[in-house]
Design a binder for this molecule. Structure first.
Ligand code: GTP
Ligand code: MG
Length: 342
């Protein structure tokens, strides 16, 4: 949006009218509505909302008033009216179990390329959810990210699939994508074109990149399959050191996770995040490691997998938390062509 073209005066008029307006109910229109159909949203307001990433009724419906106020300059009562209008028209109340079941039908799975691993996940990593792998260094978290990226593209290669890869540790390797794609008999250049890599230089940048993804999805009709955030926690861990900073760190990670969950849920996209472990010196029994980010990350992740090094260079993935699948373990090797049976 260029500032010359944007009609500030019109926007001010619309803002004032919005504040004066009564709460309104349902839009009398069948089928899909756009933000232009919502009461109280004039053309200049619609343009403003779209420019800052609130271009769809869904994006507005799941926003908080504070987010709208901050992004647009609309007053809080105005923002509330807009959000209420979006919610009324999206029918965001309770759904019956069979309706939820119907929604679950749109869920697809992204294959890990390994039968046992896929079986443990009931077919693969789910869309509409966040799957977290936490593990020590060199366990294979980044490898799984590359494998999922290739398999996500492969599953829908003729429909311009898109994978967003937020790389915080500079470990994304196009050569590795090429190798994995070629092992599957795919056109490696075509696969590479579908993967959009964002290198995050610090935690704020990382959060911004995810917000940018949401904006891009709302503005352009993209066929996004997967978002990888590798690593979810490394920047936060490095930047917020010392006891006094813990609360702020957790708050930021919480917001970041909820942004990711919102995108996953509203757009039916698979989100894969990686996480480090730290040693728990007071733990005498079992595995003396625990994931970074504590309960915040654990609760926001739909599926949690603990990956560890096994015998003879193998890797063991254990599903430790899932809403609908039993705890289970699977072992494999990371090889040139992907994951292989032990
Ligand atoms: P950190 O990011 O350091 O926490 O580790 P990580 O869990 O992301 O580990 P990563 O996915 O980078 O795994 C590294 C391991 O994967 C290496 O030690 C290798 O065992 C294996 N690996 C990586 N690339 C290849 C490859 O091209 N061929 C084979 N056979 N193994 C590979
Ligand atoms: Mg890594």
């Amino acid at each position: 949006m260029s500032t010359e073209e944007f009609d500030e005066e019109k926007f001010r008029e619309e803002k004032a009218a919005l504040e004066q307006s009564e709460e309104t109910g349902e839009v009398k229109k069948k089928g899909n509505i756009t933000i232009h159909d919502l009461p109280g949203i004039g053309p200049a307001t619609a343009e403003k909302l779209t420019a800052v990433g609130f271009g769809t009724v869904m994006a507005i419906a799941v926003a908080t008033p504070g987010e709208i106020v901050e992004a647009t300059g609309i007053s809080e009562p105005g923002a509330r009216k807009i959000i209420n209008a979006a919610r009324t028209n999206l029918d965001m109340g309770f759904e019956s179990g069979d309706q939820v079941m119907k929604k679950r039908e749109r869920v697809t799975k992204i294959s890990t390329g390994h039968k046992g691993f896929d079986a443990m996940m009931a077919g693969g990593f789910e869309t509409g959810a966040i799957t977290e792998i936490y593990a020590e260094f060199g366990a294979g978290k980044t490898q799984v990210g590359h494998i999922l990226a290739v398999n996500a593209v492969a599953a829908d290669i003729d429909n311009n699939p898109v994978v967003f890869y937020v790389d915080t540790e500079n470990t994304f390797r196009p050569e590795r994508i090429k190798q994995l794609a070629e092992a599957k008999g795919l056109d490696a250049d075509k696969v590479l074109k579908c993967i959009k890599v964002g290198r995050a230089y610090n935690s704020d940048h990382q959060m911004l990149l995810v917000e940018k993804v949401e904006e891009m999805i709302n503005e352009q009709q993209m066929n996004v399959k997967l978002i990888v955030v590798d690593s979810l926690t490394a920047h936060f861990r490095a930047e917020f050191v010392g006891r006094g900073t813990l609360a702020e760190r957790q708050q930021k990670i919480n917001k970041h996770m909820h942004n990711l969950l919102k995108i996953a849920d509203t757009q039916n996209i698979c989100v894969y995040v990686t996480n480090q472990v730290m040693s728990k010196p007071d733990q005498f029994f079992g595995d003396p490691t625990q994931a970074i980010g504590g309960h915040i990350v654990g609760h926001a992740s739909t599926f949690r997998i603990y990956l560890r090094k096994g015998k003879k260079g193998s890797r063991v993935a254990k599903l430790v938390d899932s809403p609908n699948l039993p705890e289970a373990e699977v072992a494999f090797y990371v090889t040139e062509g992907g994951l292989q049976d032990v």
